[in-house]
Design a protein around this ligand. Structure first.
Ligand SMILES: Cc1cc2nc3c(=O)[nH]c(=O)nc-3n(C[C@H](O)[C@H](O)[C@H](O)COP(=O)(O)OP(=O)(O)OC[C@H]3O[C@@H](n4cnc5c(N)ncnc54)[C@H](O)[C@@H]3O)c2cc1C
Length: 393
């Protein structure tokens, strides 16, 4: 197979770690941009690339079978001569010799490496046991579904996006559901209080017990085979299944062990280059520069990871444009889709069009008179237009 040249170097092998949307998009882009060398796409999950957002929604409910969540048909990777290796963990990286070692012992030499290792669910110290779950992957969804069905009750610790989605999905499975949130409102990191209130009432209407201001002091197994959570103020809750859903941490183990710079994600420049020559990072694992010198951020949205994977592949080929994407994503609960773009803060001011209570609105976050974020329900076109006008984070 012949190599293509780019402005910086002659590339013959590009290796990508992570079969999530960032890694998969990068592999696809290398081919669509005309790269004819070897492309190896490695992931530790057993399945080929799939749509991770389904994990808390229709995959968890069982409405969509696993094979229907595939990002592409298997033939897609073969036809593009992308060597897809699943069920393999990259365990060591030598940036000097440009060698990646897999859990099987196999060594892969590369000219360029993309780390698209994503994130993993954050855990809570001291909270573990047979009924305690976290949710990140297809495999996690299978175990959680089985436990919800078997026990009929779910306690969700953490009222963020994934916690709220799982609460909604568990209701569709007929479970009794309680959400415990440490803050005063649900989704408080990304939406203003009025939208939190609307989302909380959506859950209450659907039979979820939403408890806020909960400082959890313990979670223990009872003799009856359930878990009992106790808060500092003495409140207690019991359920057969517990989901710990308190955010994600970037998966930087391989990068850090290899000596790459990392701080809340693998540090990259505007072309997705890490601190090691020939090594790039993108997606949830990457900490990327913002619009201003002192601002950096890490996105945790599907569309952003896709855009970064594409941009990183172009950068590997020496074709990159400045990356100006504003992060954006969505969440679906009880058939309502909340879309959001930009990076909002709890102290932003909001200008609202439509009615939040009626679940038909756009709310534009304004900071120092500049629009920095949008949240919308039922108005995808407005969101799209406004997204283009946001200041980059
Ligand atoms: C349950 C859930 C629901 C979500 N829903 C939404 C939604 O509705 N809307 C939205 O915008 N976003 C959603 N997201 C976020 C979105 O899915 C992520 O932003 C996106 O998947 C990030 O893609 P990625 O490729 O960067 O990383 P990931 O999707 O995390 O993929 C990284 C892959 O790399 C693998 N890996 C890590 N280290 C190694 C290694 N050393 N060797 C081999 N493989 C390795 C991981 O196992 C994983 O398969 C959701 C996330 C979750 C967990």
């Amino acid at each position: 197979m012949s190599a293509v040249s780019n402005s910086a170097t002659e590339l013959s092998t590009v290796v990508i770690v992570g079969t999530g949307i960032a890694g998969a998009s990068a592999a696809q882009t290398l081919r669509s941009e005309g790269f004819r060398g070897r492309v190896v796409l490695i992931g530790d999950e057993p399945s080929p690339p799939y749509r991770r957002p389904t994990v808390s929604k229709d995959l968890l409910s069982g409405a969509t079978p696993a094979e229907k969540t595939a990002l592409k048909p298997d033939s897609f990777w073969r036809e593009r001569d992308i060597e897809l290796i699943t069920g393999a963990t990259a365990v060591a990286l030598d940036t000097g010799t440009r060698c990646l070692t897999l859990s099987s012992g196999e060594s892969l030499y590369f000219d360029a490496l993309l780390l698209a290792t994503g994130g993993r669910a954050r855990r809570l110290d001291g909270v573990s046991g047979a009924h305690v779950f976290t949710l990140r992957s297809m495999g996690d969804a299978d175990s959680l579904r089985e436990s919800i069905r078997r026990t009929g009750s779910l306690l969700v610790i953490g009222g963020g996006l994934i916690g709220c989605e799982v609460a909604a999905t568990a209701r569709s499975l007929g479970a009794e559901v309680t959400v415990l949130e440490r803050d005063r409102s649900l989704l408080s990191r990304i939406v203003p209080p009025e939208v939190s209130t609307m989302i909380a009432s959506l859950h209450s209407e659907n039979g979820v017990d939403v408890c806020t201001d909960v400082a959890l002091s313990s979670l223990e197994a009872t003799d009856g085979g359930t878990a009992r959570a106790t808060a500092d103020d003495g409140r207690t809750w019991s359920a057969g299944t517990v989901l710990v859903s308190v955010g994600a941490v970037p998966e930087v183990t391989l990068a850090v062990a290899a000596g790459l710079r990392a701080d809340n994600g693998i540090t990259v420049d505007e072309q997705f280059r890490t601190s090691a020559d020939g090594v790039f990072a993108a997606g949830d694992a990457a900490n990327i520069p913002g619009a201003h010198d002192d601002e950096r951020y890490r996105s945790e949205h599907w569309n952003s990871a896709q855009a970064q994977g594409i941009a990183a592949a172009q950068s590997i080929l020496g074709k990159s444009e400045p990356f100006t994407d504003v992060p954006w994503g969505w969440s679906t609960q009880y058939g309502h889709t909340v879309q959001f773009a930009g990076v909002t803060r709890f102290d932003d001011d909001y200008v609202v069009r439509g009615s939040i209570a009626d679940r038909d609105f756009t709310a534009v976050a304004v900071r120092e008179d500049i629009p920095v974020g949008v949240i919308a329900v039922g108005r995808p076109k407005e969101l799209r237009t406004l997204r283009m006008r946001l200041r980059r984070p």
